[in-house]
Design a protein around this ligand. Structure first.
Ligand code: GLU
Length: 417
């Protein structure tokens, strides 16, 4: 795979190169897929509550729209970089393709610290972001959604701003909206629920009994906390370790994820939870468990710690938690990885349902969403597993082969290369 990638986008390119060499992807299609189709760099002026104007830098990257409009979240993060957004946009292309939904890949980001901004400042920033990119997005062009540190309220402001600029109510421009303004039932915990469907498939393939399995959750935001709740409530798994950006907690007898969530809401972190021992994020990854769910930020499993991971299944609810070097170590240690763009594709899958419902102004009930989500995730998992067993390659490479082949076929048929 050549030299070690120096940033996340190079890591995404190296992964694509690895897959391309396995099934002889045509050089023209490979070259197109190595770069995004469009990269927007924007500067957003925002009037702050103290009367001063600050300018925030933001991005929207549109990687590929061969299969349908660009699709992907918007992150608000103080350490956002264009490389991260480009990598995440590229992974969205593979994510939509692996679950076979008619959407392409995109991602946005703004360099800001939402934890230090008031709600009014966040609203002005969200509207300003749309003012800067609105001509490049739309229900048939590019459909944003929530991601790290953005939420349904922010999507609501963005949908409203876009609708005002267009002069027409346009709920199909964005997904992850609040229910009352065109959101979908089941979108809130969709990333986690989709991930759990893939964990159920992996566990049955490996013969792991989920009703007695132990679980460690790294990252307790939307994906991590909902995965803990679903695994605990519906499958009876034992959640023994949980962490967030401030640190982690461990109790080998098991933690009640509802109480941990309440503690985080009250104190701002999971740490110092009664009846648990505080541990570091690094220690959490190395705890002896059946299932490890990295559910926070990128590149936490590296060549330095991959050899110490003891889990049987690593379910990547986060985007890009494992580096290519770590991948090889995990594979040779026999650890079964459910790769990110398969494991966390439930979010965009229910976003797809939301988009369809918003376009039709006709809304489905929750059981229908769950049932359709389960069917799609199971099918995607089985297609990747079959590819992995047939070619004797790891699950990530297999997911790439499935996804890239689908996008390449669409590009060929559209006459792009
Ligand atoms: N941000 C989520 C992801 O990385 C969801 C994207 C979407 O719903 O469009 O998959």
């Amino acid at each position: 795979m050549g030299n070690k990638p120096s940033n996340l986008f190079e890591m995404a390119q190296a992964q694509l190169d690895g897959a391309a060499s396995i099934f002889n992807l045509e050089p023209g299609i490979h070259a197109i897929l190595r770069e995004p189709m469009r990269e927007l760099h924007i500067y957003i002026p925002v009037k702050m509550d103290d009367g001063q104007t600050r300018v925030f830098k933001g991005f929207r990257v549109q990687h590929n729209n061969a299969c349908g409009p660009f699709k992907g979240g918007i992150r608000f993060h103080p350490e956002e970089t264009i490389y991260v957004v480009k990598a995440l946009a590229t992974w969205m292309t593979w994510k939509c393709a692996v679950v076979n939904i008619p959407l392409g890949g995109g991602k946005g980001g703004v360099i800001c610290n939402p934890k230090e901004m008031s709600s009014c400042e966040l609203e002005r920033l969200s509207r300003g972001y749309i003012d800067a990119i609105w001509e490049f997005i739309g229900p048939d062009r590019d459909i944003p959604a929530p991601d790290v540190y953005t939420n349904p309220q922010i999507m609501g402001w963005m949908m409203d701003e876009y609708s005002k600029l267009r002069g027409q109510y346009t709920p199909g421009v964005i997904t992850g909206k609040p229910l009352a303004i065109g959101g979908s039932l089941g979108r809130g915990d969709a990333t986690a629920r989709g991930g759990v469907y893939t964990i159920i498939e992996a566990a049955s393939h490996l013969g792991v009994d989920l009703s007695s399995a132990t679980v460690a959750i790294q990252g307790y935001g939307n994906a991590g906390s909902n995965a803990a709740l679903i695994l605990y409530d519906t499958l009876g798994s034992k959640i023994v370790a949980i962490s967030d950006s401030k640190g982690g907690i461990y109790n080998k007898q098991g933690l009640d994820p509802h109480r941990v969530l309440q503690h985080k809401i009250e104190t701002g972190s999971v740490i110092n939870f009664p009846q648990a021992e505080n541990i570091s994020n690094a220690e959490l990854l190395e705890v002896g468990v059946d299932i490890l769910c990295p559910s926070g930020l990128e590149t936490v499993i590296t060549e330095t710690n991959a050899g110490n991971i003891k889990a049987k299944i690593v379910a990547e609810l986060a985007n890009g938690p494992t580096t290519p070097e770590a991948d090889e170590i995990l594979f040779s240690s026999g650890i079964f990885v459910i790769p990110d763009f398969l494991c966390n594709a439930g979010g965009v899958t229910v976003s797809y349902f939301e988009w369809v419902q918003s376009l039709n102004r006709y809304y489905w009930d929750e059981s229908e969403i769950h049932q359709r989500l389960g069917k799609i995730m199971k099918k995607a998992f089985q297609a990747v597993l079959a590819e992995s067993l047939e070619r004797k390659i790891n699950m990530r490479l297999a997911a790439y082969v499935v996804a890239v082949a689908r996008v390449a076929e669409t590009m060929r048929l559209r006459g792009w290369a």
